[in-house]
Design a binder for this molecule. Sequence first.
Ligand code: GLY
Ligand code: MN
Ligand code: MN
Length: 464
Amino acid sequence: MMDDAQAAADETLAAQASGTETSRRETGGDLHATRRARMMKRVGETGAAIFGANPVRNRSNDTNYAYRPNSDLWYLTGFEEPEALVVLLPGHETHPFVLFLRERDLSIEIWDGPRVGVDRAQEALGADKAFPISALDEELPKLLAGRSEVHYALGIDEALDASVIRAYRKAQRAGRGRTRSPLSIIEPRDALHEMRLIKSQAEIEAMREACRVSAEGHVRGMRMTKPGITEFELQAEIEFYFQKHGARSPGYPSIVGTGANACVLHYIDNRATCQDGEIVLVDAGAEVNWYTGDITRTWPVGGTFSGHQRMIYDLVLNAQMEAISLVRPGLDYTEIHKTTVQVITEGLIDMGILEGPVEKAIEEKTFRKFFMHGTGHWLGIDVHDVGAYADDGASSRKLEPGMVFTIEPGIYFHPEEEASPKDYVGIGVRIEDDILVTADGCEVLSAAAPKEPEEIEAIIGLDA
Ligand code: GLY
Ligand code: MN
Ligand code: MN
């Protein structure tokens, strides 16, 4: 573990041990400043780091998609506007934190809402120096002069790549060997994403809230379910709950798949009608204050699982619970997937759906016909959050306090998969929870969403 990842973990642990010390400090206005300071320490005084805003994306004609800030830029600044760029210059005497942003323009603000603007950037965001974004080509080369490494993520925004590379070359030419000039562009992943992977106490509080709202949205969905409800009505009920409780939007497109639609892993069409006798798979998470939950529950439309549905459901639940029971600091991350694969493969062999022995089925990956995805991913500002899954040279990394990830095994009998047994065709079950690694085990952040079959059956349709 790198030094200040250790510091973040220590910070988190210290906060857990001593109440909310860190939380008090981090929820103050200096939350983003604290992160910038840690990031600058990782970049070092010979380096610079650049983070651009996400571009605005056109939806149709002159209408754009709702804007979502870039996660890295938001993490470091809290700034939510498009057309912005942050430059961090560790050790700079007067302006270690430089912000490029849109100028104020009342004629546009009347249509699109207020802008912070250059003059207010220091007061509102703590920028040491601010420039209009239109001055980027002029000013960025000067900022990079004297810096050896530029931490910047190439290949995400071609227009910005071109500006950064132009500035990089210009800074090199200006240096002419007299001053240090940029020699390399480095992925910011190691420096920043390892920080984002270990959640601070303030982030843990934010994730608890996002996961609680997400879980309650699922309960709302269960209570509203009855035969005849459409997938999109169910989606609307759940997303209404999310937004009523503080979410700006879901953290990703909600998956609501009834019957065989549950076997399409990224099904977002959500246009079918839920029929009695089917089970419906819902994968939906609320994004609250830029952190998201990611929960999947699968429930019977008519209120009772059939025998075959229940057998598959129980197997997925056993696999998931077994994996959750392992979570503690020091566990190899790959053990989670190994465990769900083991339990599911054994179960499918016992049911006569896969051929044994279990070691052979796992080695030959025959289980992948029915369980074809991984068991989870890091969770945070992004639903598939940043951070490496393996340490250098190793196939896995050890879990640490402050990591948050999902555990989401599933079994799917796609109708067009020839190996799907007749009695199970069209059944798709996934159960997904959000797990925080704590000092001595874990906390299931999404625990408010029931998953014991009897608990689910007891609430289906209560408000329908
Ligand atoms: N909702 C996306 C996922 O579960 O990974
Ligand atoms: Mn997930
Ligand atoms: Mn999910």
